[in-house]
Design a protein around this ligand. Structure first.
Ligand code: NAG
Length: 197
């Protein structure tokens, strides 16, 4: 009992200090995009805002999705580092249950555990809203969200609607940050058109 109490206090302190996107309780379960069409979703997306993702440091963040055979999606995430170098990482995303096509799992390293990738809302042509949440130990969770656009900007009205969609589903967006999409011409993939197969 004593040990548990100490553990709980320590963990509580850790959660408060590292209050990133840690929350007590269990993951919200927002509805996902109806009739999700993965083929229309392929191609380039630019990050407009995100709930802090500690593994991203650069600017000009972008994701490029390509549909491979067997319904596997090739994922290439790229960003510009402050030293002017482009940093990119390649992974795959898959739909686990074909009756829930907007719920994907993405993994970047062989053998590493996959992360959720839920498409909450997209019109395929201008915006997408992605949510990822993982429960830990049954009493807290860590979540991420990304608002992405087909261009490096997105209409304020759309951003507001997506914020409302998140908050109305119990998702805390206080820590949402705006991604710097200026000065991106150094990105080598800039201007290369990427089309889905
Ligand atoms: C797939 O999703 C459907 C609808 O939500 C659910 O009823 C079914 O149990 C799921 N199948 C598996 C294998 O998880």
């Amino acid at each position: 009992m004593q040990t548990f109490h100490v553990l709980f206090l320590t963990l509580g302190y850790f959660l408060v200090v590292n209050a990133q996107s840690f929350h007590l309780g269990r993951c919200p379960i927002p509805p996902v995009q109806q009739n999700f069409d993965i083929a229309k979703y392929m191609g380039r997306w630019y990050e407009i805002q995100k709930l802090p993702a500690v593994f991203e440091f650069g600017t000009c963040n972008q994701a490029t999705y390509t549909l491979l055979p067997e319904g596997v999606v090739k994922v290439v995430n790229a960003e510009l580092l402050s030293n002017g170098m482009e940093n990119s990482i390649e992974g795959t995303a898959t739909v686990k249950n074909s009756s829930q096509p907007a719920i994907l799992e993405v993994s970047f390293f062989e053998g590493a555990s996959s992360a959720p990738y839920w498409v909450l809302s997209t019109d395929y042509e201008s915006y997408t809203l992605i949510y990822a949440c993982t429960n830990y130990l049954g009493f807290f969770y860590v979540d991420f969200a990304w608002i992405m656009s087909r261009s490096r900007t997105l209409q304020e009205e759309t951003i507001t609607e997506l914020h409302n969609l998140l908050t109305s589903n119990g998702i805390d967006i206080k820590r949402m940050t705006v991604t710097d999409q200026t000065g991106c011409t150094a990105m080598t993939q800039e201007g290369v058109s990427v089309t889905a197969e």
